[in-house]
Design a protein around this ligand. Sequence first.
Ligand code: IPE
Ligand code: IPE
Ligand code: MG
Length: 253
Amino acid sequence: MIKIPAHVAIIMDGNGRWAKQRLLPRFAGHQQGLNSVRTAITFCAKKHIPCLTLFAFSSENWRRPETEVNFLLGLFLRSLKSELKTLAENKVCLKIIGDKSSFSEELKTAILEAEKITENNTGMRLNIAFNYGGHWDIIQATKKITEEVTEGKLKTQDISEEIFRSHLTLNDCPDPDLLIRTSGEYRISNFLLWQFAYTELYFTDCFWPDFREEQFEEALKVYNKRKRRFGYIGEQIEQSPPDFAIIEQKIHA
Ligand code: IPE
Ligand code: IPE
Ligand code: MG
């Protein structure tokens, strides 16, 4: 029986190199990458993967040339409108995570509308991380906790992993079981730093625009061969296979 991860996170990398290989401008790679986004969503819906988080723009990606940043912002804005049909067909509930404070009013409105339109969809949850950084997430959680302590709603000695987790942006999703990073880079690039504590990491040389059903199937196959131990020894797991969902809850508690 195939184990289906409860949450898959993807660092969609390699759009620029995909385009360069074809002597195309970088934006052509980003545009083509959108087809892989659609494939990933329909694949997860089909496989009953309940939660998918896609890294679309990091807090460091502002460092790119202005024309590329503007293209990515524009593509994101257009997609929030054009992809609503795909989201509805797959019963997807959409959430955008990241620092939205610097977004234009137009983008903020489009985000609110897309989230509102999809909020009652009963299928999978899709998180798009845009202007997201793991450092930012930890700092914004710390600020909220500090405010609660200052206001007397929380005592310093009561700050636990569970309390901290509940202030992070993905507080209503389990931690990712599987992280996929495309394009042959072996790093996290400031993605879900807290949440990746026990995530299985899968790296593939495939560029994101080439990452389709077959490649996703392969990632799931590799994930299924992994032996997760969560600190136990192998024999403990083999003798009485623990329920990892319960273990994860304990880890989170
Ligand atoms: C990922 O592809 C998309 C974003 C980071 C927005 P890249 O644009 O990083 O592509 P490469 O890594 O330069 O090939
Ligand atoms: C990570 O890719 C961010 C996204 C995929 C959105 P980058 O291409 O920005 O990562 P680095 O700079 O190579 O680490
Ligand atoms: Mg890259």
